[in-house]
Design a protein around this ligand. Structure first.
Ligand SMILES: [Zn+2]
Length: 320
């Protein structure tokens, strides 16, 4: 089951809230999935199209809660490509008129004909805005699996609808982006916090929980990765330093012989040659008397300087 289907199933099973919110949620659904057809004079048919049985049931419950129906809605099941099914819920002319008028989406013009219009009413209550967003998400929303990325999008029929959705999102503090894809207008949210906030607002508590778990897991993994990378960088630096030390010691050995070195340095040089992977602390502990890390570091710098002098001496090229 995709994350989108899980969220829609959860939203679909929520209890219906106050009457004001039922209207708002229907408004969101109408924004998202409506198939509006004006056939003949004043004939209007409002339809909801969805692939989710949970959303279909929700639409029916909302429709029944919105007032006495003039007639039973028609229900159709369509087989689409690749075995996908689509449910279509088609409302009668009378019920379509009633619902659209309630949404402020029908206006009578001077000739006495009903025309579609953008809903005039501004939602003042937060409960209704949340219900509206819930309806719109169920109708045309998509959420990516948070394991892969944080991304929510609504595929709207046209630009004015996308604008309206964006405005409602802004009213609850979510900053959505607008774009277009194959003739549809897209509204998108891409930030992890915003996606979690949207789920919370719509009432998808289970989805919020699972998303928070995933986010915690992710940040743990990122921290662990950073630690590993950091260890690897340290190890790399340490090995590179050891290689430089060994090169210097070999140069001295070649040019002058290690016995040329003062006894303390000579034993450190021999120790390093025998243990190329050892850390400076590990080398220091094996010296007598033992040396601290910084003590060993200091001696190594002396070795490298001496190697430079030895090479200079031998090649007789003071400019090198
Ligand atoms: Zn409300």
């Amino acid at each position: 089951m995709s994350f989108t289907s899980r969220v829609k199933a959860e939203l679909g099973s929520l209890d219906l809230a106050a009457r004001c919110c039922v209207t708002a949620e229907l408004g969101g659904m109408i924004l998202g999935a409506s198939v509006l057809t004006l056939s003949g004079r004043r004939q209007i048919s409002l339809g909801f199209r969805t692939e989710s049985a949970a959303v279909l049931r929700r639409a029916l419950r909302l429709f029944n809660a919105a007032g006495p129906a003039a007639s039973r809605p028609r229900l159709m099941l369509r087989e689409r490509m690749a075995g996908r099914r689509e449910y279509v819920l088609q409302l009668s002319d009378a019920d379509s008129h009633r619902l659209l008028r309630e949404q402020g989406m029908l206006r009578r013009d001077e000739t006495g004909e009903d025309r579609f219009a953008a809903p005039r009413r501004v939602m003042r209550r937060n409960c209704c805005r949340r219900a509206y967003l819930r309806g719109a998400f169920m109708a045309c929303g998509y959420i990516a699996d948070p394991r892969r990325r944080y991304h929510v999008e609504w595929v709207c029929h046209d630009h004015p609808r996308a604008m309206r959705l964006k405005r409602v999102l802004a009213q609850v503090g979510l900053r959505a982006g607008l774009s277009a894809r194959r003739g549809s207008a897209l509204v998108t949210l891409k930030d992890g916090d915003q996606v979690a906030e949207l789920l919370k607002m719509m009432g998808a508590s289970l989805a919020v929980l699972s998303m928070e778990n995933i986010r915690a897991e992710k940040s743990l993994k990122e921290r662990a990765n950073r630690a590993v990378n950091c260890d690897q960088a340290n190890l790399g630096r340490q090995l590179a330093a050891a290689a430089r030390q060994i090169e210097a010691i070999e140069a001295i050995s070649r040019e002058r012989g290690l016995s040329f070195l003062p006894p303390g340095l000579e034993s450190l040089a021999r120790l390093r040659l025998s243990q190329p992977d050892a850390t400076l602390e590990q080398l220091g502990q094996q010296l007598s008397p033992p040396l601290s890390k910084s003590g060993v570091q200091h001696q190594m710098r002396r070795l490298i300087a001496l190697a430079g002098e030895a090479a200079l001496h031998e090649s007789g090229r003071p400019d090198r």
